[in-house]
Design a protein around this ligand. Structure first.
Ligand code: NAD
Length: 282
C-alpha cells in the first residue's frame, strides 16, 4: 500500500519522497487530518513550531498505531525576530517541539527562514550540530535558504544541511538552487508543491497533461516533482484529496509532458507565491 520511494539524505537517513504538510491546519483539526493521512498511507509529516499544531499533530501520530520507526516527522525552529537565538534558546525551542509532538526524537529539524539581515543563522546552525550529534534529530537542515546563505553556512560549518525546503512548483522551478543542491549534496524539498492549489492547477497546459493520463492536475504536478527528484509535502484537509495526492505512483510523465510543465516556469504565469527569503523577517 505504501509505495512511496525514499530519498537517501547526505547522512544516510532515508526520507520518504512524498509526505504530508500541515501548514494552516488548526491544532484542533490536526489530529484528525494527520490521522487521515497516516490511514491513507503517508508516513512523513511536515509541521513547524509556528504552525501552532505540533500538539494536534502529535496526537494524530500517537493515535494512528503506526510504529515510530515507520514515521518520518519534520518540524522547524521559528527563529523569529522577537529574541536572540543563542545556543540555549535553540535547544529550548527544540525541547519544546519534542514535548508538544510527544516524541523523544525528530527525524528532520529545519531552520525555518534564513533572515539574512540578522546574521544569526550560523549560531543557530552550531546548536543544530549539537542536536544532530545527540541523535535527537536524525537529520538537520534548512528552509528558504538562498544560494548565498548555503555558501555562507558551508564556509562556517562542515555539517552540510541534509535538506533545503524551498518554495518550488512548475511556476517557480528554482533551477539555480536545485543545481546548487545537487553539487553540495543537499536534498531539495518543495513547499507549496501544488502552488497552493491556485492558478497552477487551472492552467491549460496542466489540464492537457492531466487529460492525457486520465489523472488530476494535482497528480500530474506531483509527478513532475517526483520525476525531477524533489521531495514533496502536499497539504489537504479533504480525505479524498489526501488519498489522491498519494496515488501518484501508477503512471509516469514522458519527456513531452515534462517539457510542457517545465515551460510554465518561463511563461506568463511564472512567479513566486510566498515571501522572498531575502527580506522575510516577521
Ligand atoms: P500546497 O501546494 O500543498 O497546496 C495546498 C492546497 O492545494 C490545499 O489547501 C488545497 O486548497 C489545494 N489542494 C490540495 N490537494 C488538491 C488536489 N488534489 N486537488 C485540488 N486542489 C488541491 O500548499 P502548502 O500547504 O502551502 O504547502 C504544502 C506544505 O509545505 C505546507 O503544508 C507546509 O507543511 C509546507 N510549507 C513550508 C513553508 C516553509 O516556509 N518552509 C512554507 C509554506 C508551506
Amino acid at each position: 500500500m505504501n509505495q512511496v520511494p525514499s530519498i537517501k539524505l547526505n547522512n544516510g537517513t532515508l526520507m520518504p519522497q512524498l509526505g504530508f504538510g500541515v501548514w494552516q491546519v488548526p491544532d484542533a483539526e490536526a489530529e484528525r487530518v494527520v490521522g487521515a493521512a497516516l490511514q491513507a498511507g503517508y508516513r512523513s509529516i511536515d509541521t513547524a513550531a509556528v504552525y501552532g499544531n505540533e500538539q494536534g499533530t502529535g496526537r494524530g501520530l500517537a493515535g494512528a498505531g503506526v510504529p515510530r520507526e515507520e514515521l518520518f516527522v519534520t518540524t522547524k525552529l521559528w527563529n523569529g525576530p522577537s529574541r536572540t537565538w543563542d545556543r540555549d534558546a535553540v535547544l529550548r525551542a527544540f525541547d519544546d517541539s519534542l514535548t508538544k509532538l510527544g516524541l523523544d526524537h525528530i527525524d528532520l529539524y529545519l531552520i525555518h527562514w534564513p533572515r539574512p539581515m540578522r546574521e544569526g543563522f550560523v549560531a543557530i546552525w552550531k546548536a543544530f550540530e549539537e542536536i544532530a550529534a545527540s541523535g535527537r534529530a536524525r537529520a538537520v537542515g534548512v528552509s528558504n535558504f538562498r544560494p548565498a546563505d548555503l555558501e555562507r553556512l558551508g564556509a562556517e560549518s562542515s555539517l552540510v544541511p541534509a535538506v533545503n525546503q524551498i518554495e518550488l512548483h512548475p511556476l517557480f522551478p528554482q533551477a539555480e538552487l536545485r543545481a546548487l543542491h545537487r553539487r553540495l549534496g543537499v536534498a531539495t524539498e518543495a513547499w507549496s508543491p501544488l502552488g497552493q492549489g491556485r492558478e497552477l492547477l487551472t492552467l491549460p497546459a496542466v489540464a492537457e497533461v492531466a487529460a492525457r493520463h486520465g489523472r488530476s492536475a494535482a497528480q500530474v504536478v506531483l509527478r513532475w516533482h517526483l520525476q525531477l527528484g524533489n521531495i514533496v509535502i502536499p497539504k489537504s484537509v479533504t480525505p479524498e484529496r489526501i488519498r489522491e495526492n498519494l496515488d501518484v505512483f501508477g503512471f509516469e510523465l514522458d519527456a513531452a509532458d515534462l517539457a510542457a510543465l517545465d515551460a510554465l516556469g518561463t511563461g506568463p504565469a511564472a512567479r513566486r507565491i510566498g515571501p522572498d527569503p531575502a527580506v522575510f523577517d516577521y
